[in-house]
Design a protein around this ligand. Sequence first.
Ligand code: MSP
Length: 527
Amino acid sequence: MEDKKTYYITTPIYYPSAKLHIGHTYCTVMADAMARFKRLSGYDVRFLTGTDEHGQKIEKCAIEAGCSPKDYVDSVVETILRLWDKMEISYDDFIRTTEPRHIEGVQKIFMKMYENGDIYKGTYEGLYCTPCEAFWTETQAENGICPDCGRPVRKMQEEAYFFRLSEYSDKLLDLFRNNREFLQPESRRNEMISFVEQGLEDLCISRSEFDWGIPVPIDEDHVIYVWLDALSNYITALGWGTEDDSLYKKYWPANVHLVGKEIVRFHSIIWPAMMMSIEEPIPKQVLGHGWLLIDGGKMSKSKGNIVDPEILIDRYGIDALKYFLLREYTFGQDGIYTNEVMLKRINFDLANDLGNLLSRTVSMIEKYCGGIVPEAKTKDALDEELIALVTSTAGRVEDKMNAFQFNMALEEIWVMIRRANKYIDEKTPWVLAKDEAGKDELNTVMRNLAEALRIASILITPFMHTASDKMREQLGLAETEIKWEDTFEFYQMEGSKVSKGQQLFPRLDIEKELEALEEIRNAANEK
Ligand code: MSP
């Protein structure tokens, strides 16, 4: 058998400084949907996520909490693993930067860069932003403010190791200019081009002020800069440089690193330069997504505007939350989160459009056909139009997914779902049922609706796999394997036995829910 094509996708590794919020969830949900979509369309997928556990910021959190950094990260990582578990995130590997496999790998990377003449010792004098773990020049950090997070930077002076990043400026510019795919969206690409054009300085890659980090292999007084440590995760998790590097050989270069816009710089400049330095291939693509904003700004504990995904999942289920995040926002742009917009999406798209289509269809098949999906003996223009739309949807979904347009991919599926609902109103099965002469046409309508729902249940799996399972149970397809190719063929389910189950997405009382969510938020802020 021919080997399947591989697809390696990663999320950033999150800082376990505090519990994750809906903004972090957003990136992981996109990566999960893409991984599931690629698996379903026949790829051998590797989906990596994890936690970035070293650095001064984490050390500070631990000191404040009065425990060791390792105990501190262990407790937060537990909440992160629980969240991904609850959301049924389908990652294949979870890497923690405190694991020996990572630590050894990072030290090997450092040594290879050193042996290749790309690392030297010097003195760092400049500005540092601890929350972002980022070095800045006076011009970049205007008025002593970090250009990324807006918090004050501080002066730093210490002996340190440097990476000859400046020597990679031309190669990086060539990469950005000649390989448009490498960094998207365009706006980020242009930003990075002008950033590099202004001139790259060598990068300070060690710290000696604190010791929560991976020791520099040639100098125990220093720990490796947390971004060099963190970026390496994408290959240490594949066993790069170890005896068994079969995963590395199989999956590298990564197809895509999905990252938030503020860390595009690290992924598109430092990371490829590191890979060039160790003479390994660079990733195929870095994709920068926008932020979810609340009350016009980023979520933060001090503003008391953190949205906890677990609360939303407990109330509305994982499918509703995932659908909302993927449908509402445009990849690459910032978006505003409000409870109201989320609740409306759940009611309109999920309860009304999808939920109603399923419950109406199953009820009618039970009422008019004894619960058995009938044969379609007739076909008119309306049927033809529905069938053509339904069987061509997967192709359009593929196009949108391959462009990371999750919202448009879902919209394509909803065009079809709304069309099927309209088809019921146009065909008026309750009128056809009154007269024996309408029997064949009634059967065709029932059959076509069942098939449209079968195809919808496959198309939604990458985004909402539990809703898909529930749909398939009601459609009598629970035992049938979900195959993407089955979305292109229409007539497949004659004789299936449908059975009415619970509402797929119960209708929410928006006013009541808004009040309840507000109460929960106030209670959390009082704690
Ligand atoms: N540890 C680094 C990443 C290292 S990857 C080699 C880091 N961690 S983080 O926890 O601060 O952020 C992880 C990701 O979450 C980033 O891509 C960031 O953009 C994303 N988000 C954090 N808040 C967000 C929103 N409010 N909205 C969308 N994404 C957000 O950076």
